[in-house]
Design a protein around this ligand. Structure first.
Ligand code: ADP
Length: 196
């Protein structure tokens, strides 16, 4: 399969509005990759594929989580998180994507995780700031993403955590771990030396 085949495969999985979102994430991811020195081609591919399973039925995703040995704890958390983990598996199997950096950028684009790679950060932030996004605080994240990708990501994770807490919803622990890791990286980059 080549990139044109992937485009058609992705487009077939989703309604027009989500396809348009996907194309905006691709454009934004390319800009961020160039700005921060990530691999532009991988950013383009990961962005194109990141929502492959967004509209899969919950039952189909649940089966994939069981059958493919994906993290079982997902089943006790928000189904919104599932399409990212299932998506990485699906594009590997159905589209033949073998690049682990790309697969991880898809896998962690909703939850985040500690020690996110540059490519993972690019895809996560591109998804939340693409120009079609409208929510309180998005302009602040856009502004941060002009100069500091980690701060933009931290701000986005903080927003998500506030959003979930305000609605009394459970927080998938990987996101908390991602947030704690970023606090160290952004605010206390010399933490290791401090503790010696
Ligand atoms: N750590 C988490 N725990 C529970 N739900 C989460 C967590 N992180 C994100 N979510 C849910 O996922 C949603 C965002 O998913 P995302 O893939 O970015 O969807 P979209 O692209 O449609 O905005 C959040 O609005 C929230 O409901």
């Amino acid at each position: 399969m080549n990139r044109a085949d992937w485009r058609e495969a992705v487009r077939a999985q989703m309604p027009r509005t989500r396809w348009e979102h996907t194309l905006r994430v691709v454009d934004t991811a390319k800009v961020l990759a160039e700005r921060f020195g990530a691999d532009v081609e991988k950013a383009e591919t990961a962005a194109l594929l990141h929502d492959y399973c967004k509209f899969w039925p919950v039952g189909k995703m649940r089966r994939m989580i069981w059958d493919k040995g994906l993290p079982r704890d997902l089943l006790e958390h928000n189904t919104e998180l599932w399409h990212a983990f299932v998506g990485a598996e699906a594009v590997r199997e159905e589209l033949g994507v073998g690049d682990d950096e790309i697969l991880n950028a898809i896998r962690y684009h909703t939850s985040g995780r500690p020690h996110m790679s540059l490519l993972e950060q690019v895809i996560f932030v591109a998804d939340v700031i693409e120009p079609g996004r409208r929510y309180p605080g998005v302009d602040e994240i856009r502004k941060l993403a002009e100069t500091d990708l980690e701060r933009a990501l931290l701000q986005s994770l903080d927003n998500t955590l506030r959003f979930l807490i305000d609605r009394c919803q459970k927080v998938y622990p990987l996101t908390l771990a991602a947030r704690n890791d970023l606090v160290d990286r952004v605010h206390r980059p010399n933490l290791k030396e401090e503790s010696l």
